[in-house]
Design a protein around this ligand. Sequence first.
Ligand code: 13P
Length: 408
Amino acid sequence: MPLVDMRDMLNHAYRNSYAVGGFDLVSLDFLEAILAAAENCRSPVILSLAESHFEHYDFELAMAATEKAARRAEVPVAIHLDHGASQESAVRAINLGCNGVMVDASHESFPVNVAQTRRVVEMAHACGVAVEGELGYVAGVEGEDAAKHPGENQYTSVEEAKAYVVRTGVDCLAVSIGTVHGRLRGKPKLDCDRLKRINDAVKIPLVIHGGTGLADEQYRKLISHGVAKINYYTALADAAGSRIRANARADARCGYTGLVKGMQESIREEVERVMRLWGSAGRAAEVLVQCQAWQPVEHVIIYNVEHVPDAQVEAMMARGREMLATIPGVRRVVTGWAVADKPRYRFCWLIEFTHRTVIDSYREHPLHRQFADNLFRPIAVDRVSVDFEHVDAAPAVPVSRVRESAAG
Ligand code: 13P
């Protein structure tokens, strides 16, 4: 159950003056370490998957593991697409299970950024999914990931931020006030006065990208001016890298498992450190009580056809699987034939929606209308349709406990 609505999670952090970490994961080691840290600290957490990292892993496989881990976690979790490249990326991420998305148009002009973000918001909100927008540009300086954010920082304008939030309808706003992606060169200077004025103007949770490397006091100041989500990656990659190098020095002939030994602990320790620093530690219980659970819905149709050969039904099902699976918020389309000889109904659709909001947006979607009106309803006159929300009865199994028992 502990997948929760990301909007609720961020609003809770914003109202209660702490920040949730959006930790980019690049492997199962990161996933397990981040969740173990969250469970140890009793902290809400955002598992973040950045499109610029898709060269390192298969997004679809990573999402399967991420969702599984999130659902069995003991603490509230949201799953977020970080720096998505396009509307298509956002639809894919939502259909694979993300309940927060960011499509990064911050390098575009203000009107183009507004228009692109607005489109993402319309689509994502129809799926119940939260959207992060970015205004101003957070560049990279050096080190892990910096090269993916070339150019110079462009600070967020207060006036534009106000207009951007109203026109796009984003749920949280990433701002540029002096942080950079990657390892820092020198001590960063943050424009906290600008941040305060942005917060006063927009009054929605603010997001900091380039979270690595700030002083403790700087994090506290950011949070006091409305920052409710801090994106964090390079420090975790560096903690992992240091451990691997130490392992290699200790045994120059060691293989893969020898090299990564203890790496999860190094990542976990760094995640726990910032969860305590940012004030999210100890908040899990109240977030679980106050945030809506993120539960999929099964759209179930059972039906009969009259005077139609099975081959035609099969062709109709195949076309439906193809068309309906591309609709935003549709996670899975299954078609079935009854096993029994003379059942009350012979055929079924099992269509999984990301969230109950999709019940309406799916019904109105042009692809659904086209399929239902032209191919399905004319031959399936005798049919029953019901939407079921999942009920999670399974007790949560903490990641740390699973790992302990796996270790014997
Ligand atoms: P760092 O790599 O500087 O921590 O930034 C991460 C980030 O902003 C991902 O969106």
